[in-house]
Design a protein around this ligand. Structure first.
Ligand code: FES
Length: 270
């Protein structure tokens, strides 16, 4: 949702019937949060600039066409916002259905089970059924128009043939592209939090995926400095600490700052 605006003229608006006053420049999502209203989100995070890619945080604003993303929409004086109208709830459910249709359904055995923002968001929007099966949207069984990477994803992958293989090369974390929702939080954390610019999004549409940079085969051989900012930012188990996979979800978090970069790394521990 982006860091809250701390200065600027006060702006008053109404969200779901509640009056709220926030500084100019605050996003609608942040203003809703200040009013005690939680808007579902996946790509927004408190320590990074809003990006507006997941479309889960859409709202209705009276007098305005469409359903803008609340994380990238700044408040204006007198604005009347609805975060729970039947229209936006339907849109969010549809968006989440598409995410889940292209995501492995192995929650019970996934290391992030119980600590997964995708899982939480699916519950938040009330998703109970998914009408699409994996591959419905990006694979033409007759081969007409089938794109190479999508086709390879369906045919190769060990165990479950529809997914690309996991990158296990980094000693501290794993990268599982099958669980990626391409929210770009890891890429932005690498840039905005760490300033390393080691990650990027490769490909387009269904073929788009996080990559450790063009020309690198895996994370270990890339410019990644293993700072963990991307792992911390990931809302699913796509980037997963190996210790979590081995020992389970930690119960506390320790933040340390060393002289190496001064960013302040967050370590989760039992
Ligand atoms: Fe607003 Fe993703 S949280 S578009």
């Amino acid at each position: 949702m982006g860091t809250p605006a701390r200065s600027g003229a006060p702006v008053s608006l109404t969200i779901d019937g509640f009056e709220v006053t926030v500084p100019e420049g605050t996003s609608v999502m942040r203003a809703a949060f200040e009013a005690g209203i939680e808007v579902p989100k996946l790509c927004a995070s408190d320590n990074m600039e809003a990006f507006g890619s997941c479309r889960l945080c859409v709202v209705e604003i009276e007098g305005r066409r469409g359903t803008p993303a609340s994380c990238t929409t700044p408040v204006t004086e007198g604005m009347v916002v609805h975060t729970q109208s039947s229209k936006v709830r339907k849109i969010r459910k549809g968006v989440m259905e598409l995410y889940i249709s292209d995501h492995p359904l192995d929650c019970l055995t996934c290391a992030a089970n119980g600590d997964c923002e995708l899982q939480d968001a699916a519950g938040q929007v009330g998703l109970r059924d998914v009408r699409y099966t994996p591959g419905d949207n990006h694979f033409d069984p007759k081969g007409i128009g089938a794109r190479s990477q999508s086709e390879a994803r369906l045919r190769e992958g060990p165990g479950n043939p529809q997914y690309l293989p996991k990158d296990d090369s980094n000693p501290y974390f794993t990268y599982d592209p099958s669980k990626c929702i391409v929210c770009s939080r890891c890429v932005r954390a690498c840039e905005e939090v760490q300033g390393t610019f080691a990650l990027t999004i490769e490909g387009r549409g269904f073929d788009s995926r996080v990559s450790a940079g063009a020309g690198f085969d895996d994370f270990l051989s890339s410019d990644c400095v293993s700072c963990g900012a991307c792992v911390q930012a990931c809302p699913t188990a796509t980037l997963q600490e190996k210790s979590v996979a081995e020992l389970g979800t930690p119960t506390r978090c320790v933040i340390t700052t060393c002289a190496y970069c001064g960013v302040g790394c967050s370590f989760k521990a039992e």
